[in-house]
Design a binder for this molecule. Structure first.
Ligand code: HEM
Ligand SMILES: *[C@@H]1O[C@H](CO)[C@@H](O)[C@H](O)[C@H]1NC(C)=O
Ligand SMILES: *[C@@H]1O[C@H](CO)[C@@H](O)[C@H](O)[C@H]1NC(C)=O
Ligand SMILES: *[C@@H]1O[C@H](CO)[C@@H](O)[C@H](O)[C@H]1NC(C)=O
Ligand SMILES: *[C@@H]1O[C@H](CO)[C@@H](O)[C@H](O)[C@H]1NC(C)=O
Length: 328
């Protein structure tokens, strides 16, 4: 009996140790360095394309960070978010309301075009997107947020709008729903709070927070800030009107978001929700107080996001064009 118990325990310990190891081992930092197909440095190529676009418009960098989140939370980091509607697949993820306002896709397309020139059929769109989100974070944070990206992802074969709608949080989500959606992908409340700091860059279209400023400014919003939003987002504003998320430094990825949350100067219910309970309010306060610690946690959470449900080995494919699967 005792002997059997020991064996079972050892087996369980061995299995437990293997599980995370398999996930990590499937992706590899410097994955393309040893690939003899490529005459160029793959990661440096992506970085220089990102640098070029982001120096022309920092908002594109914000778009790339959001794209990474929207890719990885839906069927894993498999570039499924990039698929365009086509006769065989008329309603891909892009068609979901959750994916309104996506931008930065031209950066991925441009990097892919260059890499297909240098080493055809070799670099996945899923890896390009993950590298690009890291590079954008690096540029927008002035180097504070930089990290190695394990690679070897393959591109997915499917993309369906309902998957995005079901997995991505809407801006009106409250804390319990946000917690649930992040937990479904293995993320803690602290990681939810940490990643939400990405809302210190980029923009949002008026429709995503309209119910917080009209007819009246929500009690959870700073009154003056709300009045400013009412002016920038008139009731008859078209779908194209957008405002900066962080009105002071919309192009800088930093911990200012948390100060904004505490001051009631954030756009979404989902931003405010982070201080709707004491446990998460405390996390917001900690991040507001310590830029370096937040940046370190943001890096960990981004790397973790980049490993979500990846396809590797001979799964999926290497797309020729990032917006369409090879079979059309
Ligand atoms: C916690 C739940 C979240 C909700 C409800 C949410 C919702 C939204 C919405 C509605 C927008 C505006 C899009 C537009 O109108 O163009 C937005 C923008 C953005 N989100 Fe989130 N988001 C969440 C978490 C995240 C996470 C985890 C990241 C990345 C780590 C992220 C990164 C961004 C960025 C960078 C933008 C600006 C995009 C741009 O300027 O093009 N968000 N988000
Ligand atoms: C993919 O993108 C290219 C370049 O923008 C475009 O010409 C093509 O029509 C797109 N494919 C689909 C299926 O939309
Ligand atoms: C090298 O490129 C060819 C296509 O030109 C591709 O089929 C093959 O999988 C690539 N090899 C590696 C190791 O990526
Ligand atoms: C909005 O504010 C006005 C003026 O304070 C008030 O009369 C009205 O009842 C409020 N409307 C709503 C929906 O709260
Ligand atoms: C939250 O914190 C406030 C202030 O510290 C305290 O008064 C309140 O009782 C706390 N609420 C809960 C539910 O713990």
């Amino acid at each position: 009996m005792a002997r059997c118990g020991v064996d079972v325990t050892l087996l369980l310990v061995a299995l437990y140790a293997l599980l995370p190891a398999i996930t990590v081992a499937d992706l590899q930092e410097g994955f393309y360095k040893s690939n003899t197909n490529c005459s160029v440095d793959v990661e440096a190529t992506v970085a220089s394309v990102v640098q070029q676009y982001v120096s022309a418009d920092r908002g594109v960098g914000a778009g790339l960070i959001r794209l990474h989140f929207h890719d990885c939370f839906v069927k894993g980091c498999d570039a499924s978010v990039l698929i365009d509607p086509s006769p065989v697949n008329p309603d891909p993820e892009k068609g979901s309301p959750s994916n309104g306002g996506l931008r930065g896709l031209e950066v991925i397309q441009d990097a892919k075009r260059r890499l297909e020139g240098a080493c055809p059929g070799t670099v996945s769109c899923a890896d390009i997107l993950t590298f690009a989100a890291r590079d954008a974070s690096n540029v927008l944070s002035a180097g504070a947020i930089n990290y190695g990206v394990p690679a070897g992802r393959r591109d997915g074969l499917a993309s369906a709008a309902p998957d995005a709608t079901g997995s991505l949080p809407p801006p009106f989500a409250r804390l319990d729903r946000l917690t649930e959606l992040f937990a479904a992908k293995g993320f803690t409340q602290d990681e939810l709070v940490t990643l939400s700091g990405a809302h210190s860059v980029g923009r949002a279209h008026c429709g995503s927070f309209a119910q917080r400023i009209r007819p009246n400014v929500s009690e959870s919003m700073d009154a003056e800030y709300g009045a400013g939003l009412q002016r920038r987002c008139p009731a008859d504003a078209g779908d194209g009107v957008a405002v900066d998320q962080d009105q002071a430094t919309a192009g800088d990825l930093d911990n200012r978001y948390y100060g904004n949350v505490l001051a009631g100067k954030v756009l979404f219910d989902s931003d405010w929700a982070l201080i709707s309970e004491n446990t998460t309010r405390r996390m917001v306060e900690d991040n507001a107080a310590d830029q370096a610690r937040w940046a370190a946690k943001f890096i960990d959470a981004m790397r973790k996001m980049g490993a979500l449900d990846v396809l590797t080995g001979d799964q999926g494919e290497i797309r020729r064009f990032c917006n369409v699967t090879n079979s059309g």
